[in-house]
Design a protein around this ligand. Structure first.
Ligand code: URP
Ligand code: ZN
Ligand code: ZN
Length: 462
């Protein structure tokens, strides 16, 4: 199959230019003005922007009680062609076995392409040895949780520290969920004892400084181990500044944020009739001053990427979140968001003048691909790259709604928010998957793509 996309404006992470794109099979084979190669199909993309399919390097399909990979067609409708899932580690399984187990749930189910981060939940004596062999198995990123005390997720600092020491030997990127789990647990107990059980107290129990304290600790661990670190879902000004200042001191310290931290405020958690539960995720959404600081950080490159932290609880609001009525600690964490990442970044970032179109492409596709070790196969439009392509109509105007959401949940955390622009066509490895926001592909065609070590967090690491 060959396809010629003519007359569009290609946006990359560094520039934009008018050119034609030739796709043969699954790859981009030529880019240039006035390409006259014959192709089986030609599309006129005049007036449209063309950018690489999104890489969402922060999603949960199946862990934390979330809906599985069968709903990744939602990501495609939202212009994301590759998702990177966190594979939970069941007790007794190695990281490689855990990824293989999670892959069983994705194979034949995922519509988008996909990769995995390891997630350390059962740190055994064998972990350090195993880290050395992860890259050859196609696993190049590992997440550690400093939070969720009392669950299988939280690990102690020594586990993270030892992993940092080993990971740098083979280019594995250590990712950290930075919140002080001990203090969150204590604050939660105190609040519940005082009868403060509504969803808003989820945020009260996890204030910005609880995140900043853990962020600083993680940065110190990385500094002592002399090893790169990526702080995931940075939500507040204080943590962002710690990441920014560490990097400015030439430390290999990097950060990611997520779309809901850029677009939703804490006011949502205070909505009446338990509606606030829809927005419970960790770390929590914050106040406007933090949103403003995060946008600045994204624009200036102090935070590298914007994931969705997609985590659509099985049962949604009515069947899952409502179970936490009377005790916010029982509200399952996470919000669906993979479908809306592009719309939110474009509408509230590009259209509001907070980020350039190039920065949008960078945080949406290019930098995430570099962080996880998928670049240059994913995250850019170049000869030889996978033909993962979004043809974007900047003139569309609409409203985000659960009615159009394919994530399988019964609500959308961004319900009613204005949307400017939308993917008109989305191609995954040359195949048309989306047309005018409708999924037209065959479900389950996504491929598992192994990641390579020495991702972006190793760029300046000597
Ligand atoms: O609330 C969230 N973010 N759920 C997913 C788990 C995590 O910490 O990323
Ligand atoms: Zn996390
Ligand atoms: Zn997450």
């Amino acid at each position: 199959m060959s396809l010629l996309i003519k007359n569009g404006t290609i946006i990359s992470a560094v520039n934009e230019y008018k050119a034609d794109i030739l796709i043969e099979g699954e790859k981009v084979t030529a880019i240039g003005t006035g390409l006259d190669q014959s192709a089986q199909e030609t599309i006129d993309a005049a007036g449209k922007y063309i950018f690489p399919g999104g890489v969402d390097e922060h999603v949960h399909y199946g862990s934390f009680g979330s809906i599985d990979f069968s709903t990744t067609n939602a990501a495609l409708v939202g212009g994301t062609t590759t998702v990177v899932d966190f594979a939970p580690q069941p007790k007794g399984l190695s990281i490689k076995e855990s990824v293989a187990k999670q892959n069983e749930t994705a194979q034949g189910a995922s519509s988008s392409d996909y990769s995995f981060h390891g997630m350390v939940m059962d740190p055994t004596d064998e972990l350090d040895e195993e880290i050395l062999t992860l890259p050859e198995a196609g696993i190049s990123t590992l997440k550690f949780f400093m939070a969720y005390k009392g669950s299988p997720f939280m690990v102690h600092d020594d586990v993270i520290f030892k992993a940092l020491q080993v990971a740098k030997k083979v280019g594995v990127t250590v990712m950290v969920h930075a919140e002080n789990g001990e203090i969150v647990d204590l604050l939660q107990k105190q609040l519940v004892q005082e009868g403060k059980t509504d969803p808003i107290y989820h945020a009260v129990s996890r204030p910005p400084l609880v995140e900043a304290e853990a962020t600083q600790r993680a940065i110190y661990l990385s500094q002592i181990a002399a090893s790169p670190i990526l702080i995931v879902h940075v939500t507040c000004k204080e943590s962002m500044e710690l990441v920014r200042d560490a990097y400015a001191k030439s430390l290999p310290v990097y950060g990611e944020t997520c779309t809901h931290y850029l677009t939703l405020t804490e006011d949502n958690l205070a909505k009446p009739d338990f509606e606030g539960a829809k927005y419970v995720c960790s770390p929590p959404i914050r106040t406007q001053e933090h949103l403003d600081a995060l946008w600045e950080a994204v624009s200036k490159g102090w935070l590298l990427a914007v994931g969705s932290d997609h985590c659509a609880n099985v049962g949604g609001f009515e069947g899952a979140k409502r179970k936490g009525m009377g005790d916010f600690r029982r509200i399952p964490n996470g919000c669906p968001g993979a479908q809306d990442r592009l719309a939110l970044l474009w509408t509230y970032g590009v259209e509001k003048g907070k980020i350039s179109r190039q920065k949008f492409v960078d945080v949406f596709a290019t930098a995430p691909a570099k962080i996880v070790g998928l670049f240059p196969q994913k995250g850019q439009i170049e000869v030889g790259s996978d033909a993962d392509i979004v043809i974007f109509d900047p003139n569309y105007k609409g409203v985000i709604s659960v009615k159009d959401s394919l994530h399988g949940s019964d609500y959308n955390a961004f319900e009613g928010m204005e949307q400017i622009g939308r993917p008109e066509k989305v191609f995954l490895r040359g195949k048309l998957m989306v047309e005018n926001s409708k999924f037209v592909g065959q479900k389950g065609q996504g491929k598992y793509i192994k990641t390579k070590p020495y991702g972006l967090c190793y760029a300046d690491f000597k």
